[in-house]
Structure formats: structure tokens, C-alpha cells
Design a protein around this ligand. Structure first.
Ligand SMILES: Cc1ncc(COP(=O)(O)O)c(C=O)c1O
Length: 395
């Protein structure tokens, strides 16, 4: 029976990974159903409501009848708005014909990799990094090549280590700044160095910039702005994080000419299109006031200070100051408890849901990821529970 069952599934499923945040969330919710009080620091989504003017635009579009199929590449209104936004924020001449719209940023990761990589190709990706990168690379049959992000470098790649991994088989380089799970932010100089190295190869670049507006210090830089890079870069952004729109499922990317048709074909074969009323809400987001985003970032900034200071005061825990996104990535190796075990026990024994760094690759295995998308009151309570746990258990 077991053998028959196995034979009915595709072998390729063995190569498909997952996102641990969703399984920890499911476990945390199960504990809540048993009556436990859980503080959620596991899931990577802003805890703010989508700004009202964006919701109004979406609702108005539904009532105006924008509820049917629409072009798979995206509505021209959103492609134009996104091109204007990317041109303004990246200082690049982005044309609407090069902008595509998908159901979140995620499809661009998956389909971008499938559209560019053959078995035997190598793909360089950040470790620790968003787990879907490695999953999609492995699914495509290409070889994942981890680029380590070290704590001593504030989780920004070392150009020398990038150089050591680039070769004639490198088909794609994935970069992500500001970064999930570390909050690391690459400087213009880091990206210029990377661009200089990549320019010597035939590799495509996938620059995941979904946290571009979530920066606490310094300036945002995109590798696409470096000489010769725009023509080979999938410049990826979306609505989920910046506008607290995770559930709307909408993202967009400026892609090189040669990738426009292949990516649209993936959309036609999978989701057909993004709901047009969602896209019209996206137009309102990109063209409307940014006050709500600024207010959200002011709150995240206060929480960042609270969380990082609180973590550094815990026995055996050290935490770098993240410069972007809304994650802290503390090192817990001096607690004497492995990070995987610590994450598990914090949830089971203290009701604090966090992720083990190993969910993001091998390099972060001594760390935890805390998403500070929760109230200052809950963050304070979570830190207190962690302090209590470590006071009893740290070695
Ligand atoms: C680095 C990174 N890229 C992409 C995504 C996916 O975002 P979306 O909701 O737009 O699919 C996430 C979500 O957590 C992320 O952290």
C-alpha cells in the first residue's frame, strides 16, 4: 500500500522545499486552539491594515465590474504606474512594456528561475535567505550555490566570496536587499563590486527588492542601476510588505526584453492573470499618498530599537542592528541551547513563536528570526518570556 501510494506522486516533489514560517504558524494556531496564549513573531507580514485609500480603490473597482479575466502581463494602468514608480525610485528608465504583474513577488522567483535555468546550471543565492530561492532552484534541476552572509559583515555578501562562486556554469545570481531574514542592506559600493564581477559572466540577475521602502538608515541601492545590469536583471518588487497587502497577492517586476514573453507564458499556463480589481488597488497604492507607509515605518523603527536592545540584554544572545525590513536575527550560540531546539521550546513552553535560522539555510543555524510585526506590548512580553526561559535553561 505504502509503495503504491509513493508511486502515484512525482519524484520531483522530493526537490520542492517549503517555507517553515507557514508550518510554525500552523503549529502556533493549533496551540491557540488548545487555549494557549501565543505571541506571534514567526510570520513575515506587516501587522498593519492596508491603507484605506487602497482598500477603497479595490472595492470601487469590484463595484465598477473589474471582476473578469484581464491580460496575463498585467493591466496597462498598473504596468505604467509601476514603470513610473521604478523609474522614480531606482533612477532608471523603466518602460511599461518591460513591467509584468503577478500574484505576489513569489511567482517571479519561481518562474524567473524556471525561465532561465537548465539542469546543470548553477544559481548563486544568499544563505541565510528566503527559502523559496533554494526550493525553486532545486525544482528547476539547477544546482543551488549558497553565498554566505556573515554576521561580522552585517549580513551583506563578501564580493570575494561572490567572485569565488561565479564561473562559466553560473546562470543566475539572486540578491536580496534589504534582506529577509537578517535585515542586512547592501551598500551601493557592495552592489557595484558585485556588478563588476557579474558583468564578466553571462549570468542573469534576480534582484529581490520587496523591502526597498523598509530602510532605517542609509540609502537604498539596486544592482539594476549599475552599468550593464538593467539588461540582465529581473528587478522585483511588490505590494505585500510596503503597503501591508500580503493577502491581496500582487507583485511586479521590470524584466529584460527576452524574458517578457516566457514569463507571460508561465502566467498563462498557471494563474491566467491577477484579479483586475487587485491591480487597480495597486495603482492607487503606487500613485497615492505615502503617509501610512511612513507611519508604519516609524512604528517599525521604534520596535526595532526595543527588540534589539531587549535581545542583547538576554543571557547568551547577541543581535546586530538590522538596517532594513522588519526582522531581527539574533545569534543564540552562547545560550548553550541549539537554535532549533530553542525555537521549538520557546513555542511549546513559553508560547513565543519564532523561527530557527536553519529555516533559511545552513549559515544561520546559530540564529533565530524574530519578525517584529507585532505590538510593542507583545514584543515586550515576548522578550520577558524569553528572559524567563533562558534564566532557567541557558547553560
Ligand atoms: C525576500 C522575499 N521575497 C519575496 C517574498 C514574497 O512576497 P509576496 O508576498 O509578494 O509573494 C517575501 C515574503 O516574505 C520575501 O521575504
Amino acid at each position: 500500500m505504502a509503495v503504491e501510494q509513493r508511486n502515484r506522486l512525482a519524484d520531483s516533489l522530493a526537490r520542492l522545499g517549503t517555507e517553515t514560517a507557514f508550518s510554525v504558524l500552523a503549529r502556533a494556531r493549533a496551540l491557540e486552539r488548545e487555549g494557549r496564549d501565543i505571541i506571534h513573531l514567526e510570520i513575515g507580514e506587516p501587522d498593519f491594515d492596508t491603507p484605506a485609500h487602497i482598500c477603497d480603490a479595490g472595492a470601487a473597482a469590484i463595484h465598477a465590474g473589474h471582476t473578469h479575466y484581464c491580460p496575463s502581463a498585467g493591466l496597462i494602468e498598473l504596468r505604467e504606474a509601476a514603470a513610473a514608480y521604478l523609474t522614480r525610485t531606482r533612477g532608471l528608465p523603466i518602460r511599461p512594456e518591460h513591467v509584468l504583474v503577478a500574484n505576489g513577488a513569489k511567482p517571479f522567483l519561481f518562474f524567473g528561475i524556471l525561465a532561465t535555468c537548465n539542469p546543470g546550471d548553477e544559481v548563486i543565492y544568499p544563505d541565510p535567505g528566503f527559502p523559496i530561492y533554494e526550493s525553486a532552484i532545486a525544482w528547476s534541476g539547477a544546482t543551488p550555490v549558497a553565498l554566505p552572509l556573515h554576521e561580522e559583515r552585517d549580513f551583506v555578501f563578501d564580493p570575494g566570496e561572490l567572485e569565488a562562486r561565479l564561473n562559466a556554469r553560473t546562470k543566475l545570481v539572486i540578491l536580496n536587499s534589504p534582506q529577509n531574514p537578517t535585515g542586512g542592506v547592501a551598500s551601493r559600493a557592495d552592489l557595484a563590486a558585485a556588478a563588476g564581477l557579474i558583468a564578466e559572466t553571462d549570468a542573469w540577475v534576480l534582484s529581490d527588492e520587496v523591502y526597498s521602502e523598509m530602510l532605517y538608515e542609509g540609502e537604498f541601492a539596486s544592482i539594476a542601476s549599475e552599468p550593464g545590469m538593467l539588461e540582465r536583471t529581473i528587478l522585483l518588487d511588490g505590494f505585500s510588505k510596503t503597503f501591508a497587502m500580503t493577502g491581496w497577492r500582487c507583485g511586479y517586476a521590470a524584466v529584460p526584453e527576452a524574458l517578457v514573453d516566457p514569463l507571460v507564458r508561465f502566467f498563462v499556463n498557471s494563474t491566467s492573470c491577477v484579479p483586475p480589481f487587485v491591480q487597480l488597488a495597486g495603482v492607487a497604492a503606487l500613485q497615492g499618498p505615502m503617509d501610512d507607509v511612513a507611519a508604519m515605518m516609524a512604528e517599525f523603527r521604534a520596535r526595532r530599537a526595543l527588540v534589539v536592545e531587549g535581545l542583547n540584554a538576554l543571557p547568551g544572545v547577541t543581535c546586530r542592528m538590522p538596517r532594513g525590513a522588519f526582522y531581527a536575527f539574533p545569534n543564540v550560540s552562547d545560550t548553550g541551547i541549539g537554535a532549533d531546539e530553542l525555537a521549538r521550546r520557546l513555542l511549546d513552553e513559553m508560547g513565543v513563536a519564532v523561527l530557527a535560522g536553519s529555516a533559511f539555510g545552513q549559515v544561520g543555524r546559530d540564529n533565530l528570526r524574530l519578525s517584529y510585526a507585532n505590538s510593542q506590548q507583545n514584543l515586550t512580553a515576548a522578550l520577558e518570556r524569553m528572559r524567563e526561559f533562558l534564566a532557567e535553561n541557558a547553560g
